[in-house]
Design a protein around this ligand. Structure first.
Ligand code: TZP
Ligand code: MG
Length: 220
């Protein structure tokens, strides 16, 4: 089996620039694989597979295709929560929330060649993730979002700013309600990049949507 991508903190910061978080839903006549392909063509720098509701045999079938696409195009592929699926797909990384397997346990399972991202919505959660030696932080929800109704209240920019000032060594990506109207503000506030679901997957043109977001963060 091919090795996972070579990674380090610097590579992670680059991959976090425009991080697409997606599930297996089709939209606008496009399959998930087509959405991923167009998004990568538009400039997406990393993909997280986050599928929580579908039967696992279907999840595996579609996620294998997205994984293969990413591998072919040199785009890192991350699995949300499911270490078993990450291992089956030979993913490059795993992303966990505060209530999922702790990062050190994830690392024990996936080995040193893959990275672990952890979600944080407060300073305390970020400190905990740092103690757990997370490789990057997903910070949010920056804005409220219907995509994840249980994400909690919007936290705004304060945590991103504080992390930049006090923990600049940890790569961090903002998530939650980010779109073309606010993307530049998130990177300006201290994020290395933005993670989005609907701004790309629910766009009538995922490639253009990704390209526009990329332009906005590049000029922030
Ligand atoms: N974690 C915090 S908010 C969120 C996740 C997975 C959903 C973000 O979705 P959208 O559509 O980009 O607001
Ligand atoms: Mg989770």
């Amino acid at each position: 089996m091919q090795q996972a991508v070579e990674w380090n903190g610097r590579a992670l910061r680059e991959w976090l620039q425009l991080y697409l978080v997606m599930d297996m839903q089709s939209y606008g006549g496009r399959t998930a694989v087509e959405i991923a392909r167009e998004a990568i063509d538009g400039g997406v720098t990393m993909i997280q597979w986050r599928e929580k509701s579908q039967p696992l045999r279907d999840v595996l079938e579609i996620s294998k295709q997205v994984r293969a696409l990413c591998r072919g195009l040199g785009i890192p592929f991350v699995v949300n929560d499911r270490v078993d699926i990450a291992l089956l797909l030979d993913a490059d990384g795993v992303h966990v929330g505060q209530d999922d397997l702790p990062a050190p346990e994830v690392r024990r399972l996936i080995g040193p060649d893959r990275f672990v991202g952890v979600s944080a919505g407060s300073w305390e959660e970020a400190c905990w993730a740092l103690e757990q030696e997370a490789d990057y932080l997903g910070v949010g929800p920056v804005y409220g979002t219907p995509t994840k109704p249980d994400a909690g209240d919007a936290i705004g920019f304060e945590l991103l700013g504080r992390l930049k000032a006090e923990c600049s060594g940890i790569p961090r990506v903002g998530i939650g309600g980010i779109n073309r109207s606010n993307a530049g503000l998130v990177t300006k506030a201290g994020a290395d990049g933005i993670a989005v679901v609907s701004a790309i997957t629910r766009s009538s043109n995922p490639q253009e949507a990704a390209a526009e977001l990329k332009r906005l963060i590049a000029h922030s």
